[in-house]
Design a protein around this ligand. Sequence first.
Ligand code: HAM
Length: 452
Amino acid sequence: MKENIKKFSTNPIRGMKDFYPSDLREVNFILTIVEEIAELYCYEEIEAPLLEPIEIFAAKSSNELVNEQSFIVEKKEGEKLILMPELTPSLARMIAKKSQEIKKPIRWFSNPTCYRYERPQKGRRRSFKQINFDILGQNNLYAELEIFNIVIDILTSFGATNEQFQIYYNNRRFIDAICEHALNVTRDQMPLVYKILDKSDKMEEKEFEKYVIDSFQNEFIVRGILKLKDANTIEELLQKFDDIPEKLYEAIGYKELVNLERLIEEAGLSDYCSFSSSVVRGLDYYTGIVFEVYDTGMENRRAIFGGGRYDDLLSLFSDEPLSGIGFGMGVLMLTLFLKTYDLIPKDFLLKDYSDTIYIASINDKVATYAIELARIVREESFPCIVDYRFKNLKSQLSKANELGVLISLIIGPKEMEQRKITVKNMSTEEQKTINLEDVIEEIYKVLDELEE
Ligand code: HAM
């Protein structure tokens, strides 16, 4: 009688994902395209460790990320390590460590699995793959333009159009200038303005209003912050304020934004990019242009990409000033987006066995001959499966058919003795017995026949 032992759950931990072959096939389909773009723009791949000291995220990422969303490992008492919630501070650490040796500008991409203790929901998991592209040491708007071009090339390579996605951009320095010149918000209150604006599209209108009032309790500032929400052009935003002082138009944040808009237009990217006053991003280290990429339809409401310029993240590790800009793209959000517009070919989900050679044997006396044959076939770079059942030839061949194999090699004691093989074209059912040394030539012949 079987013992009644309680079995463990087969589910992964909540919010985590098992990647079965067809899931990974989908991810790899995406990665192949992204890697091609990385190659075209000369971004080199890096990998950072999964565990880092918590302090490097606590300093400049965000309180929410570190205090509420992190997975923490306590190696020994008092030494807290964090499971990578995002790549950027690790990337800054890696650059600071070898800054003298690394040639600038630095163009790096990476594909880490990140961990955040968030409520699992559509587009959000507690472990997720995030593709990053960053360029550092190129402190002008051409770097922003390059990053926008990469985003557009990635998405259009999958067949997406500007009607399906948009890059929404803003400038933290511009929001700073408005805070300073139009709202009289002090410098130390600015991070709170970013935090509020970052939440604006995640809240109902009334709830958002209450949040702003509770945060500032100053009617003038509250009215001003509510105006900062939802403007689709720089002019539209500025028109909401009664008397904008001349100083604002002289502010670097305003000038950068206007210049970026011009560059976008000159580069022919205007159809893909729009200003949005409510994009400010949730991470503390951003200092300049910030952006998020959204599905323009109603299906996917979360950002697919998020990124921006960070001027002094390296100051955590060294005194060298080095500015960077980049983005993180969630593979899960991208997959949801691509599926919405039917941009993932279905035939990618199943393994293709059409170039596989299947070896079927009459009995186990020929096992070593089958293995020798497989080695010859694989040396020619053909994928090869040996059916190790070594009986019931019919069932072996029907397995080959089920997989979609086009060529099977059949052997039995007679073939082994004479160093021969029977090659079967699974499509026409024709078969031919040949010498072992001619097997590769015969495989190519059958492949030619199959192509005709
Ligand atoms: P982020 O906005 O926190 O930015 O994340 C970027 C993207 O990662 C999001 O737009 C989303 O697609 C994906 N993502 C974030 N959290 C989750 C989650 N829980 N589940 C699934 N996907 C998620 C950063 O991480 C910055 N370090 C990006 C960056 C690179 N900035 C400059 N360089």
